[in-house]
Design a protein around this ligand. Structure first.
Ligand SMILES: Cc1ncc(COP(=O)(O)O)c(C=O)c1O
Ligand SMILES: [Zn+2]
Length: 408
């Protein structure tokens, strides 16, 4: 393992690998620093020989896999999206279908790293501030690791998400407020009580799990970086870490170059990063979220500034789509590719479509759209746009008169 220290992303101060997350000098966020020179070469051989999960990338993760508690997230399909691509005029469009994880979202990757790290530091209780999917993943991983779980969610989340979390029997706390208020409360609790808040005091470790969505796509493309990625943004961590993953592959000699444009996707009802991007500002103005994409409803995104900086450096765009476009995006992906995504995926497909219409992608370029969560969790979003089944009596006559003409 090559993780060595934590380093402040703002002033560069270094700290030991402890459960800390802010710089004492400048209050900047900390991230894990690796010694890339000590890694085995060629690194891709080590990866390819590893387990068929995100843990094949263990040399570039901050903690070691523990087979007794691993739920094996990752190694999800990268689908060449021929039909959707044809509709959008893209020959080399790929869907990274990360809705097939143990709790049906990419959050299993970040939580997989956080939980082994929490065990390593000797925590008994796993906790989080969540917009839904994270609570789901923390509850499941804590159950498997034999830890207690206490997850905090805002009021009004989708039934499917809450149910899919409750089944693991965590303590679920529904806070009368939005995500940003939940997050603030969790930061206060983390100061007073020695709990492993995966996205607060373990955030430097947790967020590293997002890199595996960069590593995996590069491997599935035959060890090369895509020309474009389209990534949904809540806190912005995932987008930044996908790029960090690709950059690390370049730095360690696994891929020849990284010229990837990182495009970010938000909902119009919660678009603080897209707003700042459009206005040419470096600072994020927090908003009060109002959108059906509840998993992306973070009004004050912790990594927003880093997303902006990155997109400006590499030519990416940050766009927002309406709730209507989100539902259209969900339907379009389901009808063309057989993948049923949640509202966050509808945001991704909506923005992908806009970018394609605006001519951002070249015809030969490889475009990867990240589908990060599963559709049944937000079933409410499509309830009104799908057709009900056709009811018939069990007779051939009923079938021929009511059904046959519809299927032709
Ligand atoms: C399904 C889904 N996709 C994407 C994201 C965005 O993650 P991040 O906070 O790293 O931007 C989330 C966050 O909760 C999510 O639930
Ligand atoms: Zn600092």
């Amino acid at each position: 393992m090559s993780a060595q220290q934590l380093k402040c992303r703002e002033c560069g101060a270094v700290y030991p690998l402890d459960p800390i997350f802010v710089c004492e000098r400048c209050f900047g966020p900390l991230e894990v620093l690796y010694d890339y020179d000590t890694l085995p070469r060629p690194l891709q051989r080590t990866f390819e020989a590893g387990p068929k999960s995100m843990w094949r990338y263990e040399p570039l993760l901050p903690s070691r896999r523990d087979p007794e508690i691993d739920l094996a997230p990752g190694f999800s399909p990268l689908l060449h999206a021929l039909r959707l691509g044809r509709k959008l005029g893209l020959e080399r469009l790929y869907i990274k279908n990360d809705s097939v994880n143990p709790t049906w979202s990419f959050k299993d990757r970040v939580v997989g790293v956080a939980i082994v790290t929490a065990k390593h530091f000797g925590f008994d209780v796993a906790a989080c501030a969540s917009t839904g999917n994270l609570a789901n993943a923390v509850a499941a991983h804590a159950a498997r690791a034999g830890m207690r779980a206490c997850v905090f969610i805002p009021r009004g989340l989708e039934r499917g998400k809450v149910l899919a979390t409750s089944v693991y029997r965590p303590t679920i706390v529904e806070v009368d407020g939005n995500y940003d208020e939940v997050n603030r409360l969790c930061a206060q609790i983390a100061e007073e009580h020695r709990w492993a808040f995966v996205n607060v005091n373990l955030r430097p470790y947790y967020s590293e799990g997002g890199k595996t969505l960069g590593f995996e796509v590069a491997e599935q493309l035959g060890w090369r970086a895509p020309d474009h990625v389209v990534v949904p943004i809540a806190s912005g961590s995932l987008l930044v870490k996908i790029h960090k993953g690709l950059s690390e592959l370049h730095r360690t000699g696994v891929i020849p170059s990284v010229r990837t444009k990182t495009h970010g996707a938000q909902a119009e009802g919660c678009a603080p990063v897209a707003n700042a991007f459009a206005a040419g500002q470096d600072q994020i103005q927090p908003v009060k979220p109002q959108t059906i994409a509840r998993s992306l409803a973070i009004g004050d995104p912790a990594d927003g500034r880093y997303v902006l900086r990155l997109a400006r450096e590499n030519g990416g765009r940050i766009l927002a789509v309406s709730d209507e476009e989100i539902v259209e995006g969900i339907s379009l992906l389901a009808e063309t590719e057989g993948v049923f995504t949640e509202t966050a995926g509808g945001v991704t497909v909506g923005v992908l479509r806009r970018l394609a219409e605006e001519g951002v992608f070249g015809p030969e370029e490889v475009v990867v759209a990240y589908i990060t969560g599963m559709g049944l969790k937000t079933a409410e979003a499509v309830e009104d746009v799908v057709a009900p089944p056709i009811a018939i009596r069990p007779t051939l006559r009923d079938f021929e008169s009511n059904v046959l003409s519809l299927v032709r």
